[in-house]
Design a protein around this ligand. Structure first.
Ligand SMILES: NC(=O)NCCC(=O)O
Ligand SMILES: [Zn+2]
Ligand SMILES: [Zn+2]
Length: 482
């Protein structure tokens, strides 16, 4: 059974051209003029792009005394409706839990997925067992390890643990990721604010100023450089962090930065809303920033110092957010975004001229496929690539509303915003998974995508580090000691 997408304009990270796309089974069979297939999808007037890859989701995540409310079923339904065909979720071992056991638990949860998926393994504690199991995780198709520099007393790891883990990543061809905020300072500021009577959601933002993110980003970059490993900084929200990444890249370091669609489009005024629920629903870490910081993130995407736009989809209901009434530190941190990432980025990025269409594809799909070492299987429109495709109608428009979303929660942080340029058809590995507002793929049809270790950048960096490593100078005329 073949499907041909006819009459559209193919947009990839580097090219825009008129062509049909022929899909045979799971993969793309041909890209070119006048292709013929058993079933035809008319894409006239629309753009055909690689399906979105969201490298940062937390589906059914145990966190802050509860579980995020979108699981792999509803979360990946939301993804498909938003043109995203692969998610990378975070596997979080409990303290002292084996990484392999945790991985098994995450595979179990992901059995419900409707899109392809992968995991990042979080380093939530450190010891010989973790050191020994990291290569086993890599053997199981995971080449990234996440480190939380915040959430003191829960997920946070210290510098010595990070250095040990980053060094292990270098040895096994894996890449560390960081949530970069100074967890000690955040914990101090939280207690100070509470003691001063600042217990509402706005205090969440006060407790995590851009400086704590900038400092942690600089520290993580230094540790990665000393360990000789590339680094990926998740949810970069401010100039302080972006500046650290930009500077490191200018020095030749292999550092990547990931802004979120929320930080690009929502600002700190959200926390000053007089409605407690409204403000608490937007509590996430790092918090939303001001316009100057948003401009910095947009500039980073345009100039290439930031590479990926993700969501950090971690959806809690209003009921769950109310755990923090009277104490903002107990508001579960996280917001949704999976369903709206592409439409929001198209509307606020491409339609405003901040991004080209090709930059849009790079930021939503191709760059992360390369960083995660799954390109061109994912993130490409080429014969042999997985037929993960999105047809985006640049004229289609809607007003974002929780009433019509696929996500399981009862609100949407983008509620009421008008978006123009919508994913209208999504194909997941060759099957029509979303069309005319309907999810057509069944729960459980997603597949785990193995990501091999040793991507080209890791290999290049280890060659360079070896070449420039300190070397003993052999001397003949050594003066006699005194
Ligand atoms: N971002 C957030 O507030 N929640 C999810 C966990 C994390 O990524 O820090
Ligand atoms: Zn985080
Ligand atoms: Zn996250």
């Amino acid at each position: 059974m073949t499907i041909v997408i006819k009459g559209g304009t193919v947009v990839t990270a580097d090219l825009t051209f008129r062509a049909d796309v022929l899909v045979d089974g799971d993969t793309i069979a041909a890209v070119g003029p006048d292709l013929v297939g058993d079933e035809v999808i008319d894409a006239s007037g629309a753009y055909v792009m690689p399906g979105g890859i969201d490298p940062h989701t937390h589906l059914e995540m145990p966190f802050m005394g509860t579980f995020s409310s979108d699981d792999f079923d509803t979360g990946t339904a939301a993804a498909l409706a938003g043109g995203t065909t692969m998610v990378v979720d975070f596997c979080l071992p409990a303290p002292n839990e084996s990484l392999i056991d945790a991985l098994q638990a995450w595979h179990q949860k992901a059995g419900k997925a409707r899109t392809d998926y992968s995991f990042h393994m979080a380093i939530t504690w450190w010891g010989e067992k973790v050191f020994d199991e990291m290569p086993l995780v890599v053997e199981r198709g995971i080449n990234t390890f996440k480190h939380f520099m915040a959430y003191k007393g829960a997920l946070m790891v210290n510098d010595d643990e990070m250095f040990a883990s980053f060094s292990r990543c270098a040895e096994i061809g894996a890449m560390p990721l960081v949530h970069a905020e100074n967890g000690d300072v955040v914990a101090f500021l939280q207690q100070k604010l509470l003691a001063e009577g600042n217990n509402g959601p706005e205090a969440h933002a006060y407790s995590r100023p851009p400086e704590v993110e900038g400092e942690a980003t600089n520290r993580a970059i230094m540790i990665a450089d000393q360990a000789g490993v590339p680094l990926y900084v998740v949810h970069v929200s401010c100039e302080q962090s972006h500046e650290a990444i930009r500077r490191a890249r200018q020095k030749g370091m292999r550092v990547y930065g990931e802004p979120l669609i929320q930080h690009l489009t929502l600002d700190e005024r959200e926390y000053f809303n007089a409605d407690w629920d409204y403000a608490a629903r937007r509590v996430m870490s790092p918090p939303f920033r001001d316009k100057a910081n948003q401009d910095s993130l947009w500039a980073g995407l345009a100039s290439g110092s930031l590479q990926v736009v993700a969501t950090d989809h971690c959806a809690f209901t209003t009921q769950q957010k109310r755990f923090g009434v009277g104490d903002f530190t107990k508001i579960p941190n996280g917001t949704g975004g999976l369903e709206d990432r592409l439409a929001m980025l198209w509307t606020r990025g491409v339609r405003t001229g901040r991004l080209t269409m090709n930059e849009f594809v790079a930021a939503t799909s191709t760059n992360i496929a390369k960083i995660l070492n799954i390109y061109p299987r994912k993130g490409a429109i080429l014969p042999g690539a997985d037929a993960d495709l999105v047809i985006l109608d640049p004229a289609a428009t809607k007003t974002i509303s929780a009433a019509t979303q696929k996500s399981a929660i009862d609100y949407n942080v983008f509620e009421g915003m008008e978006v123009t340029g919508l994913p209208v058809v999504t194909l997941s590995r060759g099957r029509i998974a979303y069309q005319n507002g309907e999810i057509r793929s069944e729960t459980g049809t997603g597949r785990f995508v193995e990501r091999p270790a040793g991507p080209p950048v890791a290999k290049a960096l280890s060659t360079w580090k070896e070449l420039t490593a300190p070397r003993r100078i052999e001397r003949s005329g050594i003066p006699a000691g005194v």
